[in-house]
Design a binder for this molecule. Structure first.
Ligand SMILES: [Zn+2]
Length: 333
């Protein structure tokens, strides 16, 4: 049994309380390799932003769970080395799907876990979430639950169709499960292809797809039912067109990739939404930088020469998100 507090990590409770009061959102960035983690910590140390490091079950399979745990522990020390005196770093399991997986993360030094029972019938989702909450809270580990279904593909999470969260269920769900935060579905979606072209309109000038707006009416209803309760948005990458263009002009093929416009996320961050998950955007930044180097310097074979620029690009991306979209800069001095 490893307690996260011994690793210098924090849970989400205080982070979220401050974010709800302050009208901003905490970035939740996924990582599965060293360059991504370095870029996240550098960006957060330079902006003094609290951060949630997310590990999905796919990342655990890819990178090895033990290694990821020690990387997160190392991240705290790295942050201090960068001059961030009191780093607020949470290590969070993204989309846990069983009690056993969540338990193993709690036992292994995670400070927060998500139990995603959103594909289960309502009562089964409640029972599973409650079981995880009861275990996690013994160790002061916070728990995120999900109600409503997001479309899209993210590692092992695949759903064809989205179902908006039903605001009339949230009080019952939050009360009976005791969860600390709730991921809701209001039209965000996992992956770089968040919407089918037929769901979008096309900008006549650029020919680019314009996605449908988020269901802010659902968010407002949820907020009315659960005032001050931390709400989470998954699938909230914006899929920056400049990265898609670099990828496509350097041998890639991402036709009609489309994300959530940043002004909509900014609006959400000012409301009860206090955690915004961003994964695809950093994958795109990484891939764009790597493709560019390899296309321009075909003789290059030192991974540091293309992973280094990829890391720099991710630092830029994370800082942009923190400062321009989430508003979390300066919130963890
Ligand atoms: Zn997700």
């Amino acid at each position: 049994m490893v307690n996260y507090k011994d690793l210098g990590l924090v849970n989400t409770r205080e982070m979220f309380a401050k974010a709800v009061d302050g009208g901003y959102a905490i970035p939740a960035f996924n990582f599965n390799n060293m360059e991504q983690l370095q870029a996240i910590i550098k960006a957060c140390a330079e902006t003094k932003s609290p951060v949630i490091l997310q590990v999905s079950s796919g990342a655990r399979k890819y990178a090895n769970q033990t290694l990821l745990r020690y990387m997160a522990e190392g991240a705290v020390e790295y942050a201090k080395e960068l001059g961030w005196e009191h780093p607020q770093i949470c290590l969070h399991l993204d989309h846990g799907d069983t009690f056993e997986l969540c338990k193993s993360c709690v036992d292994f030094g995670f400070s927060s876990v998500m139990i995603d029972g959103s594909s289960l019938p309502y009562e089964e989702n409640i029972a599973l979430t409650k079981k995880v909450v009861e275990y996690a809270h013994q160790y002061d580990v916070t728990v995120e639950a999900e109600l409503g279904v997001l479309a899209g593909v993210e590692d092992d999470v695949v759903a064809e169709e989205s179902h908006y969260t039903k605001p009339e269920e949230v009080i019952d769900f939050a009360t009976r499960t005791g969860c600390d935060s709730l991921a809701i579905s209001i039209g965000t979606s996992h992956g770089a292809y968040k919407f089918k072209p037929e769901q979008c309109t096309r900008d006549p000038k650029t020919g680019k797809l314009v996605p449908p707006p988020l269901a802010f009416d659902v968010l407002e209803e949820v907020e009315k039912k659960l005032p001050g309760f931390p709400i989470v948005l998954h699938g909230s990458s914006s899929v920056p067109q400049e990265y898609v263009d670099i990828i496509n002009s350097h041998g890639g093929n991402l036709p009609d990739a489309v994300g959530i416009p940043e002004d909509q996320l900014r609006k959400a961050a000012k409301s009860a939404v206090c955690k915004i998950n961003i994964d695809s955007d950093s994958r795109l930044a990484f891939t764009a930088a790597v493709r560019k180097v390899l296309a321009e310097k075909p003789g290059e074979f030192d991974p540091r020469k293309y992973c280094g620029p990829a890391r720099d690009e991710m630092v830029k991306l994370y800082k942009h998100k923190i400062i321009e979209v989430l508003g979390s800069d300066g919130k963890a001095e």
